[in-house]
Each structure stands twice: as C-alpha cells, then as structure tokens.
Unconditional design. Structure first.
Length: 438
C-alpha cells in the first residue's frame, strides 16, 4: 500500500529525500505541462468503453479543425496541410454526427465554454467555415449556458478575412485568438509561416472590432534556439501597436517534435522574465508564472480554458485527435496516434480512439499539469478529485515546496512563486503519479 505523503514515488524513491528528487528533475525539458509524459505510462488504464460523463453536471466543448494552409515546423499539434483534394465536407459531416450523438446521450449538461481551435479553423473555405459555425451554433442552442460563457475561435492573420470575421460575429462568438509566434520574418519563413505586414494585422483587428468581436488575443512563442531579446522586442512592438485585450505567451514544447531544438531551461526562464516585465510595462495584468495576460480584469482566456484549468471542469473534444476529460478519465479521438487523415475520414465517427479510466491520483496529476499554464491550482479542486485532504496526501511534497518558497498559499489557492517558476516542471512533477518516463 502507498504510504501517506509519498504519492507518486516508488519504493526506491521513497528513501530519497524530496530535495534530491527535485534536484534531479530540474532542467529536464520533458517536464512541462504535458501529462502523462509518455502514452505508455497509462497503458494499464485503457478501456474499450466510451468515456462516461454521467457524473458531470458542467462541461466545456472543443472542436478541433486539424487543417492549416501551411504547416509551421515548430508546431506540435495534430494538423494536416489543407490541399485541394481534402474533403472538408466529409470532416464536417462526421463532426456534426458526433456532436449530435453526444448531445442526445447527455441532454442536460450545462455548457461553460466552447472553443474552436486547431490547426486553423479559418483555413477552411468560406462555405465550409460557415457550415462549421452553423454546427457550433446548433450545439450551443441545445444547451443551457453558464453566466461566464465566453466562446473563442483560433485564426491566423493569413487566413482571416472580412467574410469570415462577419460569419464569426454572426455566430455569436466574441473572442478570436490569432497567433503571430514571432516577428522575425526570415525565421517565420524558414518555418513555413507568414503573418503578413503590420498594416494587414491592424486592418484585421479593425474589421474584428467593427463587426463586434470584442476580445482579441494574440499568441507569441519563446524558447526557439536562436531567438534573441531583439526578436522578442520586435514581437512586443507588434503587441503595443495592436493592443489585443488578451495576450498569451507559449514556451516552445518539443515533446512531440523530432529533432527540433529549444533553449535550455535556464534561458527559458530568462526569456519568460524578459517578456513578463515588458508585458507588465504595457499595462497588461497577470501574475508571474502565468502564460496569459489581460488588459481587462480577467485571466486572459476563454471560459473553456478558464474552466478546464483551475475549475477542473469536464471537457469534451470533437474532431480528429481531440482530448476529452470527465470525472472518470480521459480520452483521445482517433488521430492522436499518427493515423492518416484518409484513415480518419473513413470512420463513421472520430470517437474511436483511446479511452483511459483513471484512478483519482492520475486525475489529480493531470489537473496539476493542466494548471501549470496559469501557475496556480486550488486545494478544494484537489480535494474534490482525491476525496481526501491534499495537504495530508501530499504532506512531504507540500512541506518541501513551502519550505523552499517554491509555492505559496492564499486561502484556497496554491501559487507557484517566482522562484518556483524557474523550475516549474520539477515542481509540477512532484504531484505526478506515473513517473516512469522521467
Ligand atoms: C493550436 S495553435 C493554433 C493557432 C493558429 N493556427 C496559429 O498558428 O496562430 C495555438 C498556439 O499554440 C502555440 N504553439 C504551436 N506550436 C507550439 C509548440 N511546439 N510549443 C508550444 N506552443 C506551440 C502557438 O502559439 C499557437 O498560436
Ligand atoms: S502553429 Fe498554427 S498555423 Fe502553424 S501549423 Fe500549428 S496550428 Fe497550423
């Protein structure tokens, strides 16, 4: 039986002081917000039944559109180049059937968020894009909505135009998230990406505002091997010109990428710190350690992300490779294991992927890993998942992390401190149950 306070540590590790385990895990690029670290870590929890949602009252929806006009080399999402031969309608047919079947099975859930992402949803032809938004609208109209419901859609500057902005506004979506990633044009081109000129970006922003899309987010990335402070400053100059309501900075993850190099962990921290200080100077709000910032008084995210992260809300993903989580486990739709697009489109449903029915402690590890994005997690949510007081269950971990000032507590919330964020992967990993891959 597992001893109290030693969660996630095998017998050998239990004899090792927490500081030694922490020290060994510092600077390990594998340790970030991903969990499990390798799919094989969960093989024992695989199930042949669909993931049940009957214990969940609230839910967030996500539609994955796995198409892009061009494939950025640094991207680790499941996406396919949208060539002429690709049958967008077939994709939408399957998506529509899956959403309909889910809502028939679970008609009484309250919807707390709905994101459409990818890939690049706006890469679709206008006709297919309008149909996608109709599918979204039909789904929303069948649900009760929470008061904080703030749906969002992802786009790129090179695929968004007036007609698509109008279609988004008509569907009721009030937030668009646009990636620039970097302002270094030669780097972007070498990575198969093009954002257009600043004038083009400003024009897209003006159109969005004209049609009433009131919250715009920009994504930036850091951690690229040769990315200099000058590059970061140039990206921030675009931000200060466009002044999006929300701003998200992504640290480059390479877990799923073969031979794409990122900076070492110590440089990543410096780059984050550099960005954070400038973002604060520009008047955005956010705590050190978060990756989302806002000019308003919110967390800088859609309600899907907000509720999926700190609130531990169940989420259901539709489309190729989409992930779902209920209070019973996790599932991935077909496409996650490298299946070809042709193979996926031959299915009657995308819901034929991997399902894992997870013990509470694995669900807890997943919750903590997801919360890594916002640098905080809630004790009440941990207790809800574990069915026990987390301060008892993780006694040793909490003692070490508090003593070393790597985390701090404000009532129900545990924040990763400035010092803790330097080694946030190692901090989060102390709550990992499956640590075979470390
Ligand atoms: C799912 S992508 C879709 C957004 C849209 N297609 C675009 O490129 O702007 C969402 C964000 O993930 C981030 N991203 C992409 N590849 C990443 C990687 N390897 N590591 C960390 N973040 C990444 C980018 O900032 C991107 O804007
Ligand atoms: S970063 Fe965006 S546009 Fe580039 S490949 Fe990934 S999803 Fe597509």
């Amino acid at each position: 039986m597992m001893q109290k306070g030693n969660l996630g540590l095998n017998m050998k590790e239990m004899e090792v002081p927490m500081e030694n385990i922490f020290e060994q895990r510092r600077n390990k690029a594998l340790l970030n917000t991903s969990y499990p670290l390798k799919p094989v870590d969960w093989v024992q929890f695989k199930s042949t039944f669909p993931l049940p949602f009957d214990m969940d009252k609230d839910i967030c929806f996500y539609i994955h559109v796995p198409f892009c006009r061009s494939l950025c080399k640094f991207c680790e999402y499941i996406r396919f180049k949208l060539d002429n031969g690709i049958d967008e309608e077939r994709y939408l047919d399957i998506l529509e059937k899956d959403i309909d079947a889910f809502l028939n099975k679970y008609p009484n859930l309250r919807l707390r968020g709905f994101d459409i992402g990818g890939g690049t949803p706006t890469a679709l032809s206008l006709r297919a894009f309008e149909r996608l938004l109709q599918i979204y609208r039909n789904g929303v109209d069948r649900c009760n909505l929470s008061s904080d419901f703030l749906p969002s859609i992802e786009a790129t500057f090179s695929t968004l135009d007036k007609d698509k902005i109008r279609a988004i506004a008509t569907s009721g979506i009030k937030r668009i998230s646009l990636g620039i990633q970097s302002a270094n044009t030669s780097f972007l081109l070498a990575n198969h990406r093009y954002n257009g000129s600043l004038a083009h970006m400003s024009d897209i922003f003006a159109q969005c505002r004209k049609y009433g899309v009131s919250i715009l987010n920009i994504d930036l990335m850091y951690g690229f091997l040769n990315q200099s402070d000058k590059d970061l400053t140039a990206a921030l100059a675009i931000i200060s010109e466009l002044l999006p309501e929300h701003l998200t900075i992504y640290e480059l993850r390479t877990n799923m990428l073969n031979s794409y190099q990122s900076k070492p962990a110590s440089c990543l921290f410096k780059q984050y710190e550099f960005l954070f200080n400038h973002i604060m100077d520009m008047g955005y709000k956010g705590r050190f350690g978060q990756n989302t910032f806002s000019r308003a008084n919110d967390m800088g995210v859609s309600s899907y992300l907000q509720n999926r992260m700190t609130e531990n809300c169940a989420y259901k993903g539709f489309g190729i490779a989409a992930q779902s989580k209920s209070s019973k486990g996790l599932s991935y739709n077909i496409g996650k294991n490298g299946e070809s697009l042709t193979e996926c489109l031959q299915q009657e449903s995308f819901e034929c992927g991997d399902v894992y029915i997870l013990p509470r402690r694995e669900l807890l590890s997943k919750y903590i890993a997801i919360c890594g994005y916002c640098g905080m997690f809630k004790l009440s949510k941990m207790e809800e998942i574990l069915g026990e007081n987390p301060l008892d269950v993780f006694h040793n971990q909490f003692k070490f992390l508090f003593d070393q000032h790597l985390i701090k507590r404000e009532e129900d919330i545990i924040y990763i401190t400035h010092k803790g964020f330097r080694d946030y992967g190692a901090v989060l990993s102390l709550f990992h149950q499956s640590n075979k891959s470390i």
